[in-house]
Structures are given as C-alpha cells and as structure tokens.
Design a protein around this ligand. Structure first.
Ligand SMILES: [Zn+2]
Length: 727
C-alpha cells in the first residue's frame, strides 16, 4: 500500500531535510513542577533525569513536549541515554539560559545527533519562590545566523574527512552561538574572527562562547570518521583493500547547521573536495572536476541558497554529462544501474518543461542524477540540493496500475521548487509539494483518470495512516501526514483557485525561497491569498492544525437543506459544491460556504430532493458518505487449501475475513466513493497493512485487483475510516 511505501521512505526523506522542528512560538504556560536551588543544580538534575530517570520523572522537570518525546521514545525503544553538556550560559537574578545536551546511543554520530535534535540545546530557567525551574526550550537559532559556508575537505575513502569550514555568522544573543554538529567530530582548531574562544561539543551541539557581533567569521578545522559504505569485512572478502563507495549525507550533520527547518542558516555554499583520483564524487551542487597527480579535486558552488551539503563518492561510476533544455544534466551511475544517461535525460525533459511552464523557476543551471549505493537497494527516493538520488535498485521512474499511480522521478525533480521551506510545516511544504507535483506530471502524461486515481490513493493512505491521530503542525517529524494530507492541501488550493491563479501563488511563494527568505506555511497561505485576491487563512488553517478532516452531514427538511459539520473540531471554512437529486431525476448544483457548525440553505425552486451529495467532485479532503457495498469472490480452488481466507487492501489496516459460500470465498465490504487496491490473503500472505504489508506491491498479481466505487448508496459505516490506528 502506498502510504506504507511512503513511510519507509521517511527515514531517507530526511536527506531532503524532510524533518523539522516544533512550533517554536508556543510558550508553555507551566514550568516544570520540579525545581532546584540554583541554575547549576537545576541543570545537573535535568541531565541526570534525562540519563537515568523514568519518563514521568523527566516530565516533572521539563515542560517542553518535544524534548519529553525524545526521552519517551528512547525509553520505549530501550536506547541508552547519556548526559553531555551542562552549562549556565547566561543568568541574572530571575532568569537563566542553560545549555543542556545529551545523547541517545545509536552507534554513529549522525544518527545520535538527529535523535536528540529536539532535546539538546538552550533552555530558559526562571526563579520562582526560591526555586529555579525550566520554563521552556529556546530555539537553537534564536537571533543567530549562518549566512554562508566555504568548505575545504580532504576525503580518505572509508577512513575519514578532514574539514576546514569558514562560516559567515551573525551572533545576536548574549549567550553565544550553538549549531548542530555530528557527535563524532573531533575539532582541532576553532577561531572566531581570528581569536580563540571557549567552546564545547557534545550531544550533537557545538557551542561557542562568541560575543554579540554583526558580521563575523567562524573558522573550524575538524575530522570525522567515515561511517558509510560497505563494511570492511565485505570489502576485504571481495579482494579489495578499500570499499568502492561511500557518502557523507546532508543528514549526517557532518558540517554545522541549525536545523532542518530554520530560516536562519540559508546562504551560499562553496565546497572543494580532494580525494584519490580513482574515485568520482558529487557535491550535489553544480561542480567542476580536475585530476592532477593522482588527486581529484571537485569544486561545487551553490546557485540557490542552501544550508546542508552532501558528498557521495563511488569508484565504479561512469559520469556522463549532456544538455537538457539548456540545463547541464550529469549522471553518476555504475554500469549495472538500470537506467542509462539517455533514458534519464528523456524522462527529465517533459518534467522540466511542464513544471517550468506552470511554476516558473527555480531554473537551476545544473541537475545531477546519482546512484548512491550507500543508501542500499532502493530506487529514486531522495533529493539533495541539485541531485536526484537513487539507491542501487531503481526499477521504475513511474508506476501505474495496482502498484501506482506514482511518479517518483518527477517527485524528486520537483523538490527543487520548495526545498528551502522553513518553520514547523517545512516537511509538509517540501513533501506535500513534491507529492502534489507528481499529480501534475501524471495528469500531463497519462491523463485525468490516472490523476484521479492518484488523489484517491493519497486519500486512502491519509485516512488509514493519519486521520484522527496526528496533525501537520502537531507532528512536524511524522512524514506520512505531510505526504498525504500535505499534498491534498496543495491540491485543494489548486481546485479552489484554478491553475492560473494557483500557479501565480506558487511562483510568489517559491520566489521567497530563491531569495533565502522565511517561507513557512503562513507565507504559502499569504501567497495563495494574494493570488486569489482574498484572505484564505480561515480556509487553509484547520487542515494544518487539526487531526481530523471535515465530516459534513446533509439533511433535507421540506424546502430547507441543513448542512452540519459533525467532526470534533472547531468549524472549518468550507466552500462546498452540493448536488441535489430531485424525484424527477434531475440534478441541481448549489455553491454553499459553510463557515459555522451548522447552516440552513433555502431550496427555493428545487422540489422533492431525494439525495444530497456534498462535494460530489471531491475537490476537498472530506469524509465521504456515499459509496457501495462491494462483493468480492474468490473460487475456493484458487485459495491453495487455506481455510481462513481474508482480504487486505488500502481501505483497512487489518485483514477482513472472508466467508465460504459453496465453492467461493466471499467478502462484502462497504466502501466509500473512490478507488481501492485489494489482494486476497491466502495462508497469511500478503500481510495486512498494520502488520507491515503493502497490498498491490507485495501480493500475487493473480489474486490482486483494484475496485472503482461509485456513489450509489449512502453509507453509515463506509471504509476507509480514520482514528483506529494507534501506534
Ligand atoms: Zn520527497
């Protein structure tokens, strides 16, 4: 099932910086209930509870829900926590700022740094009735900026990198500057505007005792071991002394940054890498490559504001460069990679053309397609700067039929438009956009019906995976809702505004990113409002903030239509199409703006309404109430002797048992309007979604199919339903 596929991509999707941080503007109203006599003793107590306390004991000292979640999740997974830095970096009589960091053990510095991203950092403490308490976590980028990086890297494959990084920074706080940096980094030298200053590195955070300064230079010299590539044992057994490939990904935190959603660390970057000439390397930026005396030198220059860089290297690549519609297209693939340079260039051409025609820039002068063997046997799944990245097993660029629809290659190419999204919905603004862009390409290349199937697929994934469980703003790290509901938000704007105004809005929003400005969900809504020439905040916000989608019931009472929003949220602002079917069989359409919980519409001139369809064309992501009881049959002869046949599909998390009627296994399911993929589960295969299965992809084609469900009857218990999946 598709959303499951997306879920598996989430860890890799991190590499496009798909992760993000909390809604930082929220100030908790309560401080921790446990305090200490001094800021120092409070910090020590905080870290000791982090390392060895129960989650409940930690919660009593920490009011921040996101750092609490780090402890809860580590405890649940039985991962070791260890205290690292404790430092009071600023204090007066009533307030203090503490630097508090720790690690959750994961075996390598990159993962460890990511695991404590919502924990390690600055905390504000306040004195109240003689006791110091933690009040809140302070965003790591508050008042501080990184405006550019110049990196020189010496890379010894399978051993380490030596990095000289010069950062242009602004320090606006009274308590120095902190950046996230890989736990395994060994710093040899650190200078702030040429001077040595105190610093400390631990828990994935480098803190520098930098004075406030408008424009300054931070120069770092450090090494980091190479934790990527195949293990030495594998390399040795194949008779090689060194592995053929490896990578330092943008999620490895191998150079300093604030966070995956910060607006304060965007800027130009230049990277010069030296490595043995037998290896090729991509900087994921437009680059030049020279070889002198056995050393390859690769220099990459950003053409678009960036904040995280990657280095991927491989001895077996055969790089090829060509011109695609004026863009330099370079492939870094091994001879065994499934797609040739020419086939990828052919695939890129229409994507570039369709997306550019509608949404304008980003117009990079350069695009790379990279086979990154360090991410394992998977297909195109990650975007890093100007590189579209695949694992070693790309089998398809687009999928139709029961395995689709999806267009992974278009998805990765389209990331260029919103890669620099910021703020608590940054993940949605990146992944929701790229998932939306797939629909644009599916429509352009395969027609409206495939596009419709695609939106159904995303709706099914959303209903099973996220409805009633998580909201976009409440769950910045949960990828699934960002892909499914996130794409629907872009789609709903498009449906509401029409392509012409919508495209204008997207161009305005994307331009902010090209300019390195804040580009969060509010800026997206503002851009859409400008394009629509009216404020769309009340329309858009509930889909970001609520865990539920609207559930609109329609009742006819005489000549009045009563529309009610019954979902357990404040009312949405809904521009609804309503189709009224009369006794004589005609259909009358009405446009109703439902802004309240319930509203009444006079049906003057419409006689004897027998059926009401709300949003019949599915412009909006709503609960659906019309559908069909679908009967599916499987001849017993095809059930391989199984006596407990069931059905799985993207309408149910668990399998649904079939009953035997003579020579046939039968299931009757109430399905709401849409399109579904199902597979017969015979002798336990394929597994249901809740058990990790993926109907359509991991099932036997002979017992797999899809169902088109029409709005033929009102349903009270139609599938798929949300709110039943508890992790
Ligand atoms: Zn993506």
């Amino acid at each position: 099932m598709r959303f499951a596929r997306r879920l598996t991509l989430v860890s890799v999707a991190l590499a496009v910086a798909a992760c993000s941080t909390p809604p930082r503007s929220v100030t908790p109203v309560v401080a921790g209930s446990v305090g200490a006599p001094t800021p120092d003793s409070l910090g020590a107590l905080f870290l000791s509870r982090f390392a060895t306390g129960s989650p409940a004991a930690f919660d009593s000292i920490d009011p921040d829900s996101l750092s609490r979640a780090v402890v809860h999740s580590a405890a649940q997974r039985k991962l070791t926590r260890e205290a690292r830095t404790m430092r009071v970096v600023r204090r007066d009589a009533q307030r203090a700022v503490l630097l508090l960091t720790g690690i959750v053990k994961a075996g390598n510095g990159g993962d460890e740094t990511n695991l404590v991203r919502h924990f390690s950092g600055f905390y504000e403490a306040a004195m109240h009735q003689g006791s110091w308490r933690i009040v809140r976590q302070l965003p790591i980028d508050t008042l501080n900026y990184i405006h550019g990086q110049v990196l020189h890297v010496d890379l010894a494959p399978a051993r380490d990198i030596h990095v000289e990084d010069t950062l242009s920074v602004i320090v606006g706080t009274e308590y120095g500057m902190a950046v996230r940096l890989n736990n395994d980094v060994r710093i040899a030298r650190l200078r702030f505007d040429g001077d040595s200053v105190a610093w400390t590195l631990g828990g994935g955070v480098l803190w520098i005792a930098a004075p406030r300064r408008g424009h300054a230079q931070l120069a770092l010299s450090y090494t980091l071991r190479d934790a990527s590539g195949p293990s030495r044992a594998v390399a040795a057994s194949s008779g090689d002394s060194l592995p053929a490939y490896g990578a330092f990904h943008n999620t490895d935190a191998w150079h300093p940054f604030f966070d995956y959603n910060s607006a304060n660390d965007l800027g130009p970057a230049t990277m010069t890498v030296h490595l043995p000439a037998e290896y090729y390397l991509t900087t994921t930026l437009p680059q030049r490559d020279t070889v002198i005396g056995g050393v390859r030198t690769v220099t990459g220059h950003s053409t678009y504001p960036t904040w995280l860089l990657s280095m991927i290297y491989d001895r077996d690549w055969r790089p090829v460069t060509s011109d695609v519609r004026g863009v330099t297209f370079e492939t870094f693939t091994t001879p065994s990679f499934h797609f040739s340079h020419d086939s990828l260039a052919r695939a890129l051409r229409p994507i570039d053309s369709v997306l550019n025609a509608r949404f304008g820039g980003p117009n990079p002068p350069y695009i790379a397609a990279v086979e990154d063997r360090a991410i394992g046997p998977r297909g195109f799944s990650v975007r890093m700067n100007e590189a579209v990245v695949s694992g070693s097993k790309a089998e398809q660029l687009v999928a139709l039929g029961v395995r689709g629809p999806s267009f992974v290659f278009a998805h990765e190419v389209s990331h260029a438009w919103t890669m620099n999204a910021t703020g608590p919905a940054a993940n949605m603004l990146r992944e929701g956009w790229a998932t939306f862009a797939e629909s644009v390409m599916l429509r352009a290349m395969y027609g409206d019906s495939v596009e419709r199937e695609y939106w159904n697929r995303l709706r099914n994934g959303y209903m099973l995976g996220s409805e009633g469980r998580i909201s976009i703003l409440g769950s910045p790290d949960n990828g699934s809702v960002h892909y499914s509901k996130g794409a629907w938000i872009f789609h709903m704007f498009d449906e509401l505004l029409g392509d012409s105004a919508y495209d204008r809005g997207i161009r305005e929003y994307v331009q902010r990113q090209a300019d390195g400005k804040t580009a969060g969900y509010r800026e997206l809504i503002d851009a859409m409002s400008h394009a629509a020439k009216r404020d769309l905040t009340s329309f858009a916000m509930p889909w970001f903030s609520e865990k539920l989608v609207p559930d609109v019931r329609a009742d006819v009472s005489g000549r009045r239509l009563i529309l009610t929003q019954v979902q357990a949220t404040p009312p949405f602002d809904l521009p609804l199409d309503v189709a009224l079917t009369t006794a004589s069989g005609t259909t009358v359409r009405r446009r109703v703006r439902l802004t309240k919980k319930a509203d009444t519409v006079a049906l003057a001139g419409v006689d004897s309404v027998v059926a009401v369809h709300v949003d019949p064309d599915h412009h909006l992501l709503l609960q659906r109430h019309w559908g069909q009881h679908v009967r599916l049959e499987l001849p017993v002869a095809q059930a391989a002797g199984d006596t407990a046949v069931a059905i799985v599909g993207d309408f149910t998390l668990d399998s649904i048992p079939a009953t035997r009627e003579g020579d046939t296994w039968v299931v009757t399911i109430p399905l709401t309007t849409g399109r579904y993929v199902y597979a017969w589960q015979i002798n336990g295969k394929p597994r249901s979604i809740i058990k990790g299965g993926n109907p359509g992809s991991d099932s036997d084609p002979a017992t797999t199919g899809s169902i088109e469900v029409k709005p033929l009857e009102p349903l009270t218990d139609g599938l798929p339903k949300g709110g039943t999946f508890h992790q």
